[in-house]
Design a protein around this ligand. Sequence first.
Ligand SMILES: [Zn+2]
Length: 267
Amino acid sequence: MEVYNLFYGAVYLFTGLWTGSFLNVCVWRFPRRLSPIKGRSSCPRCGHALSPGDLVPVFSWLFLRGRCRYCHRPISRRYPLTEALTGLVFLLCFYVFGAGFQSVPACLFASALIAAAWIDWDFTYIPDGISLFILLAGLISFIPLPACGLLTRFSWGSLGDHVVAAVLIGSALFIVSRLTGGGIGGGDIKLLAAAGFYLGLPRGLLAMLGGYILAAVWVAPALLRGKIHRRSSIPMAPFFAVSLILSLLWGEQLLIWYLNLVFCRGV
Ligand SMILES: [Zn+2]
């Protein structure tokens, strides 16, 4: 069992690191309407095509001491950070959902959120393709494919329950957006509706609440110091991405713990 865990843990970590590298390409190319699979990767500063040795996740950045091999200008820490983070999230998906088909949609879901977070951070918009991809990951989670010899399905509730979750979360946010004169962006609404479809209503709502709490904690000091104003547009996808991934991994345990605390005290 130990060897099994170590082997699959390494596979998930390795896959996550390379997926993180691919996500860096997507984050750079999607907003510029470029295909993430066409053409070779190049240095964002000098445009020089990168060799396979320059593209090894995390290690190339460390080996080159955070500088481009050709123009010697600094390469953002974000690249190795995204790769390491994606590797860690894949590893956690394995430890929570096990190896095999159960964890595949979870990894796809988390990857899409990491890309959405950076694109929103840079450009304050979330491509519709990312929300569609999350819907697709949700649909995949309903396919009862055999995993490691067992018939498994990573999902709670029926497909109908999850559709209701998406519609409820999407329409509630749409109404709030209308009432507040666009206080919530259309991209955020679509992202959360799609994530609600994936996670189901309890974990979807938990993540939504968690995202707003994280954003408030992040924004409050800047607001108090007058660095941003109440009407400033704040990219929400990074906060939702963190809370949605946490809810994916541990939302159910957190909800069960909370419900026990509220309803079953002393039982
Ligand atoms: Zn360069």
